[in-house]
Design a protein around this ligand. Structure first.
Ligand code: ATP
Ligand code: MG
Length: 414
């Protein structure tokens, strides 16, 4: 079946009435970006929808990329006809006859958005349905559980007919809700947290702490691969690689073995907050999930979270590991996440990490390290290596400059 166009219905737009136009503008930009490799497409933006004219391109070519664009509620391959009844009927028949597998039952749903049309939706239902039935002897009507639903949408500029509805990823167009730093570890959870943040319209910059040479180059490469995969959903992503060896060593020397993870997490957040200030990010995203490990009990989250002032977003906090794994498989990060390279935290894991650390004691230990802590944090920030990644690999410096200027503040809501 050759379709004329794809009707794209936009996601959370309905709850954002006043900002609809900005939402639609950004959606159009994101969709164009996702389909940049497909030649011959034309785009049209209308109220709450975007039409993609296929101009001979097969629907299958745009279907997969569209599924990954945030902000799309659903989309349908469609044919377009003029207002003339016979033309609408002919289009309906062609569409129904082209369906695979061949439906046994169907129903027609007419929406008359343009009230100037001479037949109301009830009449049109019969006029189109009867024509299809007359010309397709094996087909029957089933209004409750039809194999196919023929949607007829009457607009002022023409009539759109479609049968299939493909669910979109939902959420907001990327970057619409501002920017956040993602603490990306290389495990299963944090890439999923990043994807969920991006789906909510947050542009992300990834921050990874490594303890080279205690952690290997492969461990860093793994995080680069994960960032590249996330870039599939966001075009390009900045990755900050923070040298953590000195800090980690110093914290181990403090002698409070069971508090090491708590201390390390607090230090990571402090550094991430500094990087956020430099980048104009307004939140930190982590892959914490309540109760998963010692550092993710409520007691630990409390002591760790108090370190910084920026909001700490934990998209996975109430999710089960199984649900998280399912998402990581779907978004294509799972295979990389399970590669067995050590993380900086696993290196120094104490035998019995605190599950309910005492804030006062933790603060005392930090005070004991004193000015040296601040100095080491500043050195880590200064020593951070930043790269810009796309799905293809590392973007060059010119591209890096362009990326930091985009999306502009104009494109965001704050
Ligand atoms: P993940 O699968 O994301 O590694 P996890 O279940 O292994 O999560 P932890 O290792 O306790 O959990 O880490 C909790 C969160 O802290 C991670 O989801 C991540 O956001 C952050 N984090 C941990 N280690 C690092 C690291 N080396 N670099 C950046 N962020 C980290
Ligand atoms: Mg981890």
């Amino acid at each position: 079946m050759i379709y004329d166009l794809v009707v794209v219905r936009l996601g959370e737009v309905t709850i954002k009435g006043r900002n609809r136009s900005r939402f639609e503008g950004m959606m159009l930009a994101r969709i164009r970006q996702a389909l940049a490799a497909v030649e011959g497409l034309e785009y049209e933006r209308t109220y709450g929808r975007i039409y993609i004219r296929l101009n001979g391109v097969r629907f299958e070519e745009v279907e997969e990329p569209l599924k990954d664009v945030f902000g799309i509620h659903s989309f349908s391959p469609a044919v377009r006809s003029g207002h003339d009844l016979e033309e609408v009927r002919a289009a309906a028949l062609t569409l129904m006859n082209g369906l695979e597998p061949v439906p046994q039952t169907f129903k027609v749903t007419v929406r008359r958005a343009w009230k100037g049309y001479p037949h109301d939706s009830q009449e049109m239902n019969h006029l189109v349905g009867a024509h299809v039935l007359r010309n397709t002897p094996a087909l029957k009507v089933d209004v409750h559980h039809p194999d196919a639903e023929l949607k007829v949408d009457i607009q002022q500029e023409g009539v759109y007919l479609s049968c299939a509805v493909v669910p979109g990823a939902g959420g907001f167009p990327l970057g619409m809700n501002g920017k956040a730093m993602l603490l990306l570890s290389g495990g299963i959870d944090s890439p999923v947290a990043g994807w969920m943040a991006m789906r909510k319209g947050l542009e992300i910059e990834a921050v990874h702490f490594h303890s080279y040479p205690f952690t290997s180059q492969q461990a860093t490469d793994k995080v680069i691969t994960l960032t590249q995969r996330l870039a599939h959903y966001g075009g390009r992503i900045k990755l900050h690689l923070v040298p953590f060896t000195e800090l980690q060593t110093r914290m181990v020397q403090s002698g409070h073995e069971h508090l090491i993870i708590t201390l390390m997490r607090r230090t990571m957040l402090r550094i991430a907050q500094r990087l956020a200030e430099r980048s104009g990010a307004l939140a930190i995203v982590t892959g914490d999930s309540l109760g998963q490990v010692a550092s993710q009990t409520l007691g630990s989250m409390n002591v760790i979270g108090r370190t910084i002032e920026l909001p700490l977003l934990r998209p996975l906090v109430m999710m089960d590991k199984r649900e998280i794994i399912r998402i990581s498989e779907r978004i294509g990060t799972y295979e990389t996440s399970i590669l067995p390279f050590e993380d900086c935290c696993t290196l120094f894991v104490p035998k019995s990490p605190a599950t309910n650390p005492n804030l006062r004691i933790v603060e005392k230990v930090e005070a004991g390290i004193g000015a040296e802590l601040e100095k080491l944090i500043e050195e880590a920030v200064q020593g951070t290596e930043t790269m810009i990644l796309t799905t293809e690999g590392r973007a060059d410096r010119a591209a890096a400059a362009a990326a930091s200027a985009e999306p502009s503040d104009e494109d965001r809501w704050f």
